[in-house]
Design a protein around this ligand. Sequence first.
Ligand SMILES: [Zn+2]
Length: 97
Amino acid sequence: MNCYETVARLHLYIGRELNAEEVVIVQQHLTACPDCECRFHFDMRVTRLIHERCTIEKAPEHLRERVLLLARAPMGEPVAFDPEVEMEIRADFEEYE
Ligand SMILES: [Zn+2]
């Protein structure tokens, strides 16, 4: 399998949607190819990040309320945040950057 084919399967690999045979082929390529291995780690990180940011029901109650408030706010209208909560949300997001 070449790099292009491997990268095309990475999201399936990360999502555990490949069969056992394909997993082995992808793993073999990743072991042998630093470029794809690097790409794989990057994709893993992004996937995890998206997953974490999407599972806000696991966030503390007050934080979740603020995020939902922000999500429901009409476009272009500023949302008034408690400065303390705003700091908390920023800190939470900056952790990943
Ligand atoms: Zn490669």
